[in-house]
Write a protein that binds this ligand. Structure first.
Ligand code: IPM
Ligand code: MN
Length: 354
């Protein structure tokens, strides 16, 4: 029997509540497909920080390196200044474990309300592959003459060819293997203005595609245009590859067209190492402890984690179960408190279908 070591970071707010339901569903899949998950709990997040002043001990990062995957709930607290936990926990883990891919499936499930007029599940089914450790997020830059009228601040978009190439390779491989008719990889950038960084991405996209992936169609959108096309013609897309900050922005737009943060899941992936999976919604402080938050995004993140671990059948079963539960129309809304069911009831429904 395959066994996997999973680090749990339930985190803050409603994080622990959705993680609990994700685990319930994964346990159902483990029983059915005969594998075992061993958990280690890590209490990182706002509570630990507010109590001890410690954000993320290096020892935790070292222990993460020995795990098979990390399952995250949510990080964030109204009493903690923005940036401390995001940089100190999320970004630190991404960088320390070199999780250089951010994988965001964008899928409108049947039965889910879409804010786009006339679009249904057959129209919204694509994947965004966001470069996850480079670009502006590297923090290259600084500030001089701070506080004076002449203050200057820079934060530079930095990309080396190897960093672009490894992301592009992952994206082409993903597109090649993806079960879709289009087999098309759209590069999203802003090469009309970012003539250095954008051009590097454009050349790598074309060179690699021409040489190694002749069966994959090459496509390109400027990022500003992509935000219009997401709304007007989402059915165009198959797989999108983009740099870090553009990816951050367009994946929030993508989340809302797939029904919102209640269903959006993502993976911070190191294809050769330890990856971390998370629901995209935040810690939702005002819903904490009420058993009304939607656990579906966390459940889907769990499915992605199992897929990455090599349990593809279990991942498919979870996806089918989520599809069935949503298609039944019983869940009235994906928003917290409006589902018509509690957090635990939704977890039970999906687990039962698995
Ligand atoms: C995301 C988040 C993070 C990011 C923040 C919280 C650091 O917005 O995962 O999309 O900007 O990458
Ligand atoms: Mn974001």
């Amino acid at each position: 029997m395959n066994k996997y070591k999973i680090a749990l970071m339930p985190g803050d707010g409603t994080g622990p509540e959705v993680v609990k339901e994700g685990l319930k569903v994964m346990e159902a899949a483990a029983a059915k497909f005969n594998f075992k998950l061993d958990y280690t709990d890590y209490d990182v997040g706002a509570i630990r920080y507010l109590k001890t002043g410690e954000v993320m001990p290096d020892s935790v990062l070292e222990e993460f390196k020995k795990q098979d995957a990390i399952y995250l709930g949510a990080i964030g607290h109204p009493d903690v200044k923005p940036g401390i936990l995001e940089l100190g926990i999320l970004l630190k883990t991404r960088f320390a474990l070199d999780q250089y891919i951010n994988l965001r499936p964008v899928k409108l499930y049947p039965g889910v309300d879409c804010p786009l007029k006339g679009k249904g599940p057959e129209d919204i089914d694509f994947v965004v592959i966001r470069e996850n450790t480079g670009g502006i997020y590297t923090g290259v830059g600084g500030v001089v003459q701070k506080g004076t009228p002449y203050e200057i601040a820079t934060q530079v978009m930095v990309y080396g060819r190897p960093v672009v190439e490894r992301c592009m390779k992952y994206a082409y491989e993903y597109t090649k293997k993806r079960n879709s008719k289009k087999k098309m990889l759209t590069l999203v950038h802003k090469c009309n203005v970012l003539t250095h960084c954008g051009d590097l991405w454009v050349r790598v996209h074309k060179e690699m595609g021409d040489k190694d992936y002749k069966d994959v169609k090459q496509d390109y959108n400027h990022v500003d245009a992509a935000t219009m096309w997401f709304v007007k013609q989402p059915e165009w897309y198959d797989v999108i590859v983009t740099e870090n900050l553009f990816g951050d922005i367009i994946t929030d737009l993508a989340a809302i067209i797939q029904g919102g943060l209640g269903i959006a899941a993502g993976g911070n992936i190191n294809p050769e190492g330890v990856s971390m999976f998370e629901p995209m919604g935040g810690s939702a402080p005002k819903y904490t402890g009420k058993n009304i938050i939607n656990p579906l995004a966390a459940i889907c993140a769990g499915g992605m984690m199992l897929d990455t671990l090599g349990e593809g059948k279990a991942a498919k079963a979870i996806d089918s179960a989520v599809t069935k539960v949503l298609a039944s129309g019983k869940i009235k809304s994906l928003a917290a408190g409006k589902m018509g069911f509690s957090t635990t009831e939704v977890g039970d429904m999906v687990a039962r279908e698995v």
